[in-house]
Design a protein around this ligand. Structure first.
Ligand code: 9WN
Length: 523
């Protein structure tokens, strides 16, 4: 690590309630600190994740900028010779993670920069964003050292994405596993993955012996299974890992298999923003980016337009070129990328803050009237703090300050409401779900509390807390027992659905147990 010398910034002066909340957040970050890296949570996620470390660094910069710089740089330990930075770099801890090194066996094909074990896939490229945010808190000398240490690896990572993951020069980067999207069970990925459900899983489903699979799950020992993906989905994702492993993690081989390949809208949007930051970092470091890379960056920015259809952005199937028309919060991330034409922005803001995406707390990961919607289930309903951070940042750059304030105030209310750093929150009743003591929630709260406009955010938060926006007729609410939420302001116009949809988990479980292409075992 370079000597990224800097002084620790002063903690902001906060009212006592927020001071206590900040202390809880700092405590969580301390508890998850493994040295130069921070694990996402103590139980469920004991290793280092790519985009987690980036969000974590964005918070850590307010506590200790040098440590934040080390968090970002530590991601280079995992870099592959081909430039890929993996989604997980495994720590040398007693491994109880459900998708640990044995599932990937990357040692058969490559070696990471440090020799650490890693997964064979990547995750949303948030590194350049984190670097710029951390750089803002470093003195000129420390920033120059930090950028110099980071830049070669960062450029190679962006080249890997733009070249190897866009083999047909379509401008968009293609993902090979839903874990690469960071939104593991987001509906478009689950739709695309359903057809390759392993045969054994289908048989178990058909026989109605699903418990057999549940018992094999390690992740569900940490968090209730109903707050994560279904067992059929999880075992299908393990099967995808096996295909990737057999393909040597080489896209040329992977495209010959039947694993879903998606041009994920959120990932590409994050990449476009990261490209802008990379240009900024390179300019400051006096480094010229290659013409080839610069061209691909431009192509990617332009190609996001191909993901737009009438009123929303969608992900696209790499093989068929068809848009996968599931609405998710990922479709708003082009706002973060800054690629949305001005005439579309207000429509997207309206959709994002409408009761569909904001039944009472927002922005939900899936609209509340969608058949997939389950308020406490992972990426199929819950509000995620990191996504709201990205959206608020994009809105602000589009000059939609009120909307950005509303998003930040809502996040503050959610975290303050539980008093704890949950992985995600129900958009219906604000209850926390998933893992607790979750690092990026803590880090992004620290970031929020350091904002110069905090007083305004608090004022909006106080108003919102008294305004109880509640919708009725949300199918997921009844299924998950969330209908205890008091409906003081019922907005029946909010979500037109009062029937449980046909594409939700129950339907998918059933479908997984029926006909479909034969697939090997559960892997
Ligand atoms: C698989 C660590 C990660 C996040 C992802 C989130 C979840 C992992 C898992 O946890 O995914 O990568 O095992 O469930 O979906 O966004 O980076 O916090």
């Amino acid at each position: 690590m370079p000597a990224a010398t800097s002084t620790s910034p002063q903690a902001p002066t906060l009212p006592p309630d927020l001071q206590g909340l900040r202390e809880t957040a700092v405590e969580v970050l301390r508890g998850n600190d493994l040295g130069d890296v921070t694990r996402p949570s103590p139980t469920l996620y004991p290793h280092q994740w790519l985009w987690d470390s980036c969000f974590i660094a964005i918070g850590l910069r307010h506590l200790d900028p040098s440590r934040a710089a080390a968090e970002v740089l530590s991601l280079l330990r995992g870099q592959w010779p081909n430039g890929m930075i993996p989604h997980v770099i495994f720590a040398e801890v007693d491994d109880f993670y459900h998708a640990g090194p044995q599932r990937w066996r990357i040692d058969r094909v490559t070696r990471t920069a440090s020799g650490a074990q890693s997964t064979g896939i990547t995750q949303p490229p948030m590194i350049a964003e984190a670097a710029v945010r951390v750089g803002e808190m470093l003195g000129p000398k420390a920033r120059a050292d930090f950028y110099r240490a980071l830049l070669p690896g960062l450029i190679r990572f962006h080249e890997y994405l733009h070249f190897e993951r866009d083999p047909d020069d379509e401008g968009l980067v293609t993902l090979v596993h839903s874990w690469e999207s960071g939104m593991d069970n987001t509906p478009p990925w689950m739709e695309a993955t359903l057809p390759i459900t392993p045969r054994r899983v289908k048989v178990l489903k058909r026989l109605g012996t699903a418990e057999a699979l549940d018992a094999l799950r390690r992740d569900a020992k940490e968090v209730p299974a109903e707050e994560r993906l279904t067992s059929a989905e999880l075992f299908t994702l393990y099967r995808v890992v096996r295909e990737l492993r057999r393909s040597g993690y080489d896209f040329r081989n992977i495209r010959e298999t039947d694993v879903p390949l998606l041009q994920d809208v959120a990932f590409n949007a994050i990449l476009v923003r990261a490209d802008d930051h990379l240009v900024e970092i390179a300019a400051e470091a006096g480094v010229t980016l290659s013409k080839r890379l610069t061209r691909q960056m431009r192509r990617c920015r332009e190609a996001i337009e191909g993901l737009w259809s009438s009123s929303a952005y969608y992900s696209r199937d790499f093989r068929t070129g068809e848009l996968i028309r599931n609405e998710t919060v990922g479709g708003f991330l082009p706002l973060y990328a800054g690629v949305v034409p001005e005439e579309r922005v207000d429509g997207l803001v309206k959709a994002m803050t409408s009761p569909r995406y904001w039944p009472r707390f927002g922005v939900a990961s899936v609209p509340a009237d969608d058949p997939f919607f389950i308020p406490r289930c992972y990426w199929q309903g819950p509000v995620w703090v990191n996504i709201n951070w990205l959206l608020a940042d994009g809105l602000e750059r589009y000059g939609r300050r009120e909307a950005a304030l509303e998003l930040r105030a809502n996040v503050l209310n959610l975290i303050a409401g539980s008093g704890q750093m949950f992985e995600y929150y129900s958009p219906l009743d604000g209850s926390g779900a998933g893992s607790n003591s979750f690092s990026w929630t803590a880090a992004l709260l620290v970031d929020l509390l350091a904002r110069p406009d905090l007083a305004e955010i608090q004022a909006v938060a106080a108003r919102a807390a008294t305004e109880r926006r509640v919708v009725s007729g949300v199918p997921g609410a009844r299924r998950a027992g969330d209908d205890a939420v008091g409906a003081e302001t019922v907005r029946p116009d909010a979500v037109g659905a009062d029937t449980v949809g046909g594409r939700g988990p129950a339907a998918r479980e059933a479908a997984a147990g029926e006909a479909g292409p034969a697939a090997p075992d559960a892997g």
